[in-house]
Design a protein around this ligand. Structure first.
Ligand code: ZN
Length: 276
């Protein structure tokens, strides 16, 4: 069994404020340390439960946060580091038997959710796919789903665990390492505790994936209507220049298609344009 791990930082143990996830700030070193802590706990659990291969994709911001020299698992584990990459947070998922989303956060606009945002906090107000508002968990799970790759584990704060369970149902294993008391404050497990929680959750996720009980997100018939609302009309002006894009109102564009990977690449391109 091969496990793909998409690793973000905002949902890591002890990370509560944006400065801890920002490479321009001195607190970033803590964010990197805790992201690595959570990723290593999950890898260890997956390998102990019998996974033969683990591919980790560094999925936060510049995507060079994880210190490969500190991994230490040998040839069964490899790391995709750096950016840009066409599928962003799920680059490399396609050869895996199951996906884990580690250190994830809730979608933009969620109350009591650590550093809630969707892809770009300064650009994206909301994203809907076929009428349903999705965050990074839902969008990335939809990309995996088109190729039949199940999502077996989501880790992060209580809000992202609830968001993921609502999307994917009881078959999904979630591991909560903190409960937000606002966007930038949370009650956190200590690292020695979350280490065990994450290890156990990864083991259970591998067991369920092997038993084919991990959920594949329902993405319907395969005709996609993707809408992105930006924070302001100037951002929408930039995005709406792209040919084939329909502008719906001052801040919203729509893209349609039949391939989820293309929809994801379209979303990433629109957000990049809008943020330029
Ligand atoms: Zn991130």
């Amino acid at each position: 069994m091969k496990i793909f791990i998409s690793a973000d930082m905002e949902g890591a143990t002890g990370v509560v404020r944006g400065v801890q996830t920002d490479h321009r700030e001195k607190e970033y070193e803590f964010g990197c340390r805790m992201m690595l802590h959570d990723v290593k706990a999950v890898i260890r659990g997956a390998l102990d439960a019998g996974a033969e291969r683990v591919l980790v994709n560094d999925s936060h911001w510049r995507m060079i946060n994880l210190d490969i020299a500190a991994f230490g698992f040998g040839e069964r584990v490899s790391l995709i580091s750096g950016s840009p990459k066409a599928l962003c947070m799920v680059e490399g998922f396609d050869t895996a038997d199951a996906a884990f989303f580690v250190g994830y956060h809730a979608k933009a606009g969620t109350a009591n959710a650590t550093i809630d945002h969707t892809i770009s906090g300064s650009v994206v107000y909301s994203i809907t796919l076929n009428g349903k508002e999705l965050g990074e968990t839902g969008l990335n799970a939809a990309v995996c789903a088109q190729r039949g790759v199940p999502l077996a584990l989501v880790t992060g704060d209580a809000a992202v665990c609830a968001e993921a369970s609502a999307l994917l149902g009881d078959g999904l294993v979630t591991a909560c390492v903190k409960t937000a008391r606002g966007r930038e404050s949370a009650e956190c497990l200590l690292p020695e505790t979350s280490d065990q929680v994450l290890d156990e959750a990864a083991k259970e996720a591998v067991r369920r994936a092997r038993a084919r009980k991990s959920p594949v997100m329902d993405i319907g018939s395969g005709a996609f209507d993707l809408r992105i609302a930006f924070h302001n009309s100037k951002q929408c002006d930039e995005a709406a220049i792209l040919p084939g894009i329909e502008r719906l109102d001052g801040r919203t564009v729509r893209a349609t298609g039949r391939d989820m990977e293309t929809m994801m690449r379209m979303a990433l391109s629109l957000i990049s344009l809008a943020g330029s």
